[in-house]
Design a protein around this ligand. Structure first.
Ligand code: PEP
Ligand code: MG
Length: 749
């Protein structure tokens, strides 16, 4: 039996086009029975309570048994597969001692039997079975095929299984729906679900007729002009900063935008009554295909450029449609695959009540920004079909990582009460603002804030931050349409430095790459977290780095509170190179008559090599700041944005605890000031251990400062030392949390 990858792909496409869960499952069993040339293919799914396996769809058995055949988890042959999580391939099912006969299924004629488990993220979700009339086992090849199909379909079937829509007795349309994700920013938010579609897939744009060709033409032409202007500005600004091949890409794109093929082709489609989106899609795909058919590799590659330019146009059009949305007072919850800062900036901050992302983790940047803004957020809600629920009322519970769609009135009332309780608790904490963060036995902790948004400057001061421990300078870069100039950066940084003076401000140089993308600069890398990120990118684009350093130094004119912090350091030469650039900028600026002084220099410890090289790096720096988010990611080799492995991402993993203690003791030995600025600093359980480890400088989101201060003021470090000893003996993060849970409860958290 030969089944190509194409067969699988077609099947997956057919399923994704299905109208509802039932028809998706029916497609699966029908297509599988056809592909495997068997009379019977059946799908059993675990009931939502997980206590039964229910026949959810079948091709070949009696249709009336769907939803009625229910097996305990260890009952029948399906139960054997479910409990062993292994395939079962039998020549004659009816001779097996676990065989259970269901007369209503009309399965008497079927003897050969093969079933494989459906497993998603290590959890059993169901079983797929094929049956035939002869008495011989299925071939090895057929078994391998079914196993492959099962693993391909597991994620889709997991979503169906969780939705409960396949259970005939349920009427989901009338019920509210609850989805789980990862806790990432606390609080309760209630509003209309607003879909932010950041990924425009050319192939998925629906064919749509337009009401008014004039409006569509207007939409298209405005987008064309805006994208063209952005490209021109972008090219001018980065000309001196970036390699020529990247700069020339901007001109290629602009030429394409203005080409009659794209422009006139689209306008013609619009005149035929099609929507602007569909017209761009149609014209661009035709044009791309012409390029892609060329023999010349250069011409071939232009096909991709056409696709990219069409996506830029469509994103622009989608933005316009969005910002034209009428009511800017209605509270909204933004939901999307990942939500960028640029997306957030399109709405008024009072309108946004929460953020939901289908991917991402507690430490992805959307989550960090949500924390900074004090917005509840839930990440990694992979099962939620955002498009489907757009416009419906949604409650987001950032404390539990839950999303509830269309909750009943009484439930909304309860959530509003919880929201009120949260607000009252926060008001109670306000009185700690000017009190020191000191334990009952006198251990003083300096609390700084993490920021990057101008809107975030005053919350820091309002919440009693004693300085800025981490200024994420990439954030102002993300909300621009192109690289900001030295002057623009200078003005932004100056506002922050002035507002905090004389308190210290650690400004981190640009940390883009990984999940921090700029809307105007595309990084296409196989493995972006291990690639051109942070200092690696800026040192390769020296002019860009020098511009930023100059802007920072100028912004600190007349002050002495600027500290420069380098992200993603993994080698000593990176530190030396930055030191040289700072020195060179100081000399130049002073020559230009701009009086500036040398700032303190620090590195982020995020990459394990930096931690191991501390002895050698120490002579070149004044301080270190531990980026526990990335340090955890790189130590554990777990992508901080990937929901499939997010359960492995835990700052309290024993390996992370060992690393933190190593860094602390090394810094003490080297007399190097050390702080920690990852999200750990805002997690009460982690803070208990950090204080025991001797960390006396933490930097966290402004909104979290009062709570952490309140906690610190109730602790005795002496007690925490005992907890640390126990945590150090733990084998895994669950055990560490168990050690800490009693104390956390005692604190009333
Ligand atoms: C970190 O990695 O812990 C950190 C603070 O930096 P960022 O989250 O911006 O990568
Ligand atoms: Mg980092």
């Amino acid at each position: 039996m030969q089944h190509s990858l194409a067969t699988l792909t077609t099947l997956v496409q057919e399923i994704s086009g299905a109208e509802n869960a039932m028809s998706a499952m029916q497609t699966i069993v029908a297509r599988l029975s056809q592909l495997m040339d068997v009379p019977v293919c059946s799908l059993y799914l675990k009931s939502p309570t997980r206590s039964k396996l229910i026949l959810a769809a079948t091709q070949g058995l009696s249709e009336s048994s769907v939803g009625k055949i229910k097996l305990n988890l260890n009952e029948g042959l399906v139960g054997v597969i479910a409990s062993t999580k292994h395939p079962l391939n039998l020549a004659d099912a009816q001779t097996h001692d676990k065989f259970v006969f269901f007369p209503q299924a009309q399965e008497a004629p079927y003897r050969k039997f093969m079933g494989v488990p459906l497993i998603h993220l290590r959890q059993l979700i169901g079983v797929i079975v094929v049956q035939g009339t002869t008495k011989d086992p299925f071939s090895q090849e057929a078994e391998a095929f079914l196993v492959t199909i099962a693993s391909q379909l597991a994620a889709t079937l997991y979503n169906i299984q969780r939705s409960g829509e396949w259970i005939p007795t349920r009427r989901p349309a009338k019920l509210y729906k609850r989805f789980n994700g990862i806790v990432s920013s606390s609080g309760i938010g209630i509003g209309d679900l607003t879909h932010i579609n950041t990924h425009i897939d050319l192939l998925q744009v629906p064919e749509k007729l337009s009401g008014s060709p004039k409006d569509e033409q207007n939409l298209f032409e405005t987008a064309l002009q805006k994208v063209s202007d952005d490209l021109e500005h972008g090219a001018n600004r980065i000309k001196k900063d970036l390699p020529e091949d990247i700069v020339s890409l901007f001109s290629v794109y602009r030429m394409m935008l203005q080409s009659p093929e794209l422009r006139d082709g689209t306008l013609q489609e619009i005149q035929l009554g099609n929507s602007a989106m569909w017209s761009v899609r149609k014209t661009a795909l035709e044009l791309a295909t012409v390029f892609e058919m060329a023999d010349d590799p250069y011409m071939k590659a232009r096909g991709e450029d056409v696709r990219n330019i069409a996506i830029k146009l469509m994103m622009q059009m989608a933005k316009r449609e969005r910002s034209a949305s009428p009511d800017s007072l209605t509270p909204i919850i933004l939901a999307g695959d990942l939500i960028s800062i640029a997306d957030l900036s399109e709405y008024s901050s009072t309108q946004i009540k929460g953020i939901i992302c289908s991917s991402g983790s507690a430490l992805s940047h959307t989550s960090i920004v949500a924390n900074a803004l004090g917005l509840p957020a839930v990440m990694g809600v992979a099962d939620l079909d955002i498009k489907r629920y757009a416009g419906q009322l949604v409650v987001i519970d950032g404390n539990r990582g839950e999303v509830v769609i269309s909750p009943p009135k009484e439930m909304i009332k309860e959530y509003r009460q919880l929201e009120k309780n949260d607000q009252q608790f926060n008001q109670k904490l306000a009185k700690y603002r000017d009190l020191p963060a000191v334990t009952l036995d006198g251990f003083h902790v300096t609390l700084h804030t993490n920021t990057g948004l101008l809107a975030d400057v005053s919350p820091g001061l309002r919440n009693g931050a004693e300085g800025i421990g981490l200024y994420r300078s990439e954030i102002p870069f993300m909300v621009h349409d192109s690289f900001p100039t030295e002057e623009e950066q200078y003005l932004t940084y100056k506002e922050v430095i002035d507002a905090y003076s004389p308190r210290p401000v650690s400004m981190r140089t640009l940390d883009i790459g990984g999940d921090k993308q700029l809307p105007y600069f595309e990084f296409k890398e196989e493995n972006p977290y291990l690639g051109w990120r942070g200092i690696r990118f800026t040192l390769d684009n020296t002019a860009l780095q020098v511009t930023q350093i100059r802007a920072m130094l100028r912004a600190a004119h007349g002050r002495d509170n600027l500290q420069i912090l380098i992200p993603m350091v993994s080698r000593i030469d990176e530190v030396k190179a930055i030191k040289d650039l700072i020195q060179q900028s100081l000399v130049e600026l002073n020559k230009e008559g701009k009086q500036v002084i040398k700032p303190k220099l620090g590195i982020m410890i995020e990459v394990p090599s930096a931690m191991l090289l501390l002895d050698k790096i120490a002579p070149y720096i004044d301080f270190v700041s531990i980026g526990s988010n990335d340090l955890t990611q790189y130590l554990l080799a777990v992508d901080r944005n990937n929901p499939k492995v997010s359960r492995l991402f835990d700052n309290l993993n024993p390996a992370v605890l060992v690393a933190l203690q190593m860094i602390k003791s090394k810094c003490t030995e080297l007399n190097l000031s050390v702080s920690l600025c990852g999200e750990m600093a805002a997690d009460p359980a982690s803070v208990l251990l950090l204080i025991a480890m001797g960390f006396d400088r933490l930097s966290l989101s402004a909104h979290k400062i009062p709570k952490i201060k309140w906690i610190i003021r109730q602790l005795k470090r002496e007690d925490l030392l005992k907890l640390l000893a126990k945590a150090n003996a733990a084998e895994d993060e669950a055990e560490v949390r168990k050690v800490l849970s009693k104390k956390i409860k005692e604190l009333g958290l």
